[in-house]
Ligand binder design. Structure first.
Ligand code: HDE
Length: 716
């Protein structure tokens, strides 16, 4: 029996009359590209023009086809034995569609699964030319980049504002091949040797029996490990500081962590080397949310950081980072002021080795497709370019193995470099062939070296000349094969102390509260006691605070830890007036608020690069102005400050103000709204509360924003 296909009624479709042409189920031309898309057919997502017909196979023409290009008449109904009958196995389109869907997911990253990314450009200022031949670091050179920020512990769907380290991985598409700087927002790591990585990650991930808790360190196995394996204490105290809960990816520092080696080819052909540590410094400053805020955001907007990054770029508030190096002579002992440069649990304070800025990166384009770009991007510390080399840091050495290995399993084979986001923007001429997901049609018959059949091609640089990746001859220690480490790696507490004592009192308070919270979530008494012992070795006052919160005695130190010279450069709270670009300020109004006053407050905020959000009792419009949030949808945690221009005694507004006050945010209240302050429990004279007419209130709030928060409210 054949069905009259034309008579098939699509459920819910309009009757016999054809629907208007803008109805999405009707035929029409392809969708115009979004402003941030160069179009799928002629450009790769990195913006590089495609070069072969094989590149341009997606989304051509306007007709729906199978994966093989056969036009399809209907994709909404499976082929059935009669209208009410079973579905037929011969329905090749159904099987192709469902099978492809079944395989849409790839394994999430074993760490750093949750991420957000953006495209950008890096411009070098030439300051690095003294130390390296790397082409992308030569004065005035512009290089395209792709940056992926991430949390470490959580699954792909976990919340953004959990307490964790953040990944800061940058792909530079240089003229000499891809260079990946796969760093974090914390300059040290938990372990000194890669062989411990599975241990720290197994300890930090959810417990294997119930698979909880998700994306956090406040649980027994994490504290069990870091209290037993005390080299983790330095990284851990950074996590307990506000660095563990950034305000935005745009407001994070980035660190390469390891010491790297820059290589410069001198005029006589000899190689000069320098040891360096890499730093990213955000032009917006380094800022955090408060811990209570972080927890509220996790529920109210788990995509907070992802949204913030994309919104800022879409709004043209392009985030910028200065890229800098700390420079050390490449001496035989590889130490600087007694600090072992191969120990990734140590920093070199900026006071000892100032940062030399070598360029600036601007993120200016959002990805067009999350999966193709953010998910499929494959970083690897071994993606190096001529002029940058690795050192023998044992953590880095293990990473050089791990990242290539993980991409093969995550992206299904050795050809992940051919994925559009991973393609170099430099010529490639390798002798790698075949393998899973090979998408390139290689030519020639001689993929081996040396050959005479393909004209000897391709030729190594030792034949052709020109800059090339050169292994720097390094002396190796006359030593025995051993599973040991240098004695200098045994100092586990002095830099944790350096970090804590360098912070401002308000930052120290947050560290104490974070330990009290996290250890308060630990069940095993022995683990709490062991961690208190570590804190006693770091700082007696810190230990006493946390012990008191836990209701336990504070132990005496067990190690003699040298006193430290503090490093003010480690502080996040400074006197610098940071730009307020992309900050969000709520303006609470009601139907009676003077619309012209609201409009002028909005204008003032806009002019300062701040995003105003009008919050009203209902959606739609108030006094002719668009409402962005109703009392129902507004939340304090998406705001950096609040301005109240209406005596709106709605419990939701009062709660919003209470939270904003607790989270140290600037609050502006117009004179007619001032009577609501007692209901909020906030004195009009409290720090960071501005009153007056609408214009004065807007100006007052803008004055407070560059300090990020009103720290005076914390009373320390
Ligand atoms: Fe990673 N790390 N890591 N890591 N790491 C991965 O690679 C690993 C380490 C970092 O946005 C994995 O593609 C080992 C330090 C970032 O795609 C994996 C060791 C630092 C990202 C891996 C470390 C990092 C990763 C998982 C100890 C800061 C996300 C998925 C030797 C300098 C990159 C992947 C992205 C990702 C292994 C330690 C940063 C499994 C074995 C130290 C930012 O290969």
């Amino acid at each position: 029996m054949t069905a009259d296909a034309d008579s098939i009624k699509i459920p819910g479709a309009p009757g016999p009359e054809p629907a208007p042409l803008d109805e999405p189920t009707q035929p029409r031309g392809p969708l115009p590209p979004k402003p941030d898309q160069s179009g799928p057919d002629t450009y790769t997502p990195t913006g590089a023009p495609t070069t072969t017909p094989q590149d341009a196979v997606a989304q051509q023409g306007e007709r729906l086809t199978t994966a093989q290009g056969a036009p399809l008449r209907d994709t909404d109904h499976s082929l059935k034995a009669g209208r009410r009958g079973p579905v037929l196995l011969q329905d090749h389109h159904l099987r192709e569609k469902i099978t492809h869907f079944d395989h849409e997911r790839i394994p999430e990253r074993v760490v750093h699964a949750r991420g957000a990314a953006a495209h950008g450009v890096f411009v070098a200022n030439g300051e690095a030319e003294r130390y390296t031949s790397a082409a992308f670091l030569k004065a005035g050179t512009t290089t395209e980049t792709f940056v992926r920020f991430s949390t470490v512990l959580g699954s792909r769907g976990s919340a953004d504002t959990v307490r964790d380290t953040r990944g800061f991985a940058t792909k530079f598409y240089t003229s000499e091949g891809v260079y990946d700087l796969v760093g974090n927002n914390i300059p040290v790591f938990f372990i000194q040797d890669a062989i411990k990585f599975p241990d720290i990650i197994h300890a930090g991930k959810p417990h294997p029996d119930r698979e909880i808790p998700q994306a956090q360190s406040a649980h027994d196995t994490f504290w069990d490990f870091v209290s037993l394996h005390t080299e983790a204490q330095h990284h851990t105290i950074w996590n307990m500081s506000d660095r563990g809960i950034p305000r935005s990816y745009r407001m994070m520092q980035g660190f390469g962590i390891h010491t790297f080696r820059l290589v410069k080819t001198e005029a006589d052909g000899s190689l000069a080397t320098t040891l360096v540590k890499f730093h990213w410094r955000p032009r917006l400053g380094t800022h955090a949310v408060t811990w209570e805020e972080a927890q509220l955001i996790s529920g109210k907007d788990p995509d907070f950081h992802r949204r913030d990054l994309a919104d800022a770029i879409e709004a043209g508030a392009y985030p910028e980072w200065d890229f800098g190096i700390q420079v050390f002579p490449d001496t035989e002992d590889q130490t600087f002021h007694g600090i072992d440069l191969l120990d990734p649990t140590k920093i070199v304070p900026e006071e000892l080795a100032p940062i030399v800025v070598v360029g600036t990166m601007t993120l200016n384009r959002n990805p067009s497709n999350y999966f193709a770009e953010t998910e499929q991007v494959a970083f690897h510390p071994g993606h190096l370019v001529p002029g940058i080399d690795v050192t023998s840091d044992p953590l880095l050495q293990g990473r050089l193995f791990s990242y290539l290995d993980t991409q093969i399993s995550r992206l299904g084979g050795p050809n992940f470099g051919q994925l559009p986001i991973n393609r170099p923007h430099a010529e490639i001429n390798d002798m790698l062939r075949d393998g899973m997901h090979q998408t390139v049609v290689h030519r020639g018959v001689a993929p081996y070296h040396p050959n005479s059949l393909d004209g000897g091609c391709p030729f190594p640089a030792m034949v052709t000349g020109g800059e090339a990746f050169t292994d720097v001859p390094q002396p190796i220690q006359q030593d025995v094969v051993t599973r040991e480490q240098p004695a200098s790696f045994d100092d586990h507490f002095s830099q944790a102390r350096l970090f804590y004592r360098s912070l401002t009192p308000v930052e120290q308070l947050h560290v104490k509260q974070a330990y009290a919270f996290e250890l308060g979530k630990v069940y095993e008494q022995a683990i709490k006691e062991r961690q208190l012992q570590c804190l006693a070795n770091i700082d007696a006052e810190l230990c006493a605070f946390v012990a008191n919160e836990l209701g336990l005695p504070a132990p005496a130190p067990t190690e003699v830890v040298p006193d430290v010279e503090i490093s003010p450069a480690l502080r996040m709270v400074t006197d610098v007036a940071w730009p307020a670009d992309g900050r969000q300020v709520g303006i609470v109004v009601d139907d009676d608020t003077d619309a012209s006053a609201v409009a002028s407050v909005r204008e003032t905020l806009h002019a300062a690069g701040v995003t105003p959000l009008v919050i009203a009792p209902h959606g739609g419009k108030v006094g002719g102005l668009d409402v962005q949030r109703s009392f129902h949808t507004a939340t304090s945690v998406e705001l950096d400050a609040v301005i109240v221009l209406a005596p709106a005694v709605d419990p939701r507004v009062l709660e919003l103000l209470r939270e904003a006050f607790r989270h140290d945010k600037a609050i502006g209240v117009s004179s007619d709204a001032e009577p609501l302050l007692p209901d909020v429990g906030v004195p009009a004279t409290a720090p960071g509360v501005v009153t007056g007419d609408a214009a004065a209130v807007a100006a007052g709030v803008l004055d407070l924003l560059p300090a990020h928060r009103v720290w005076a409210r914390e009373g320390v």
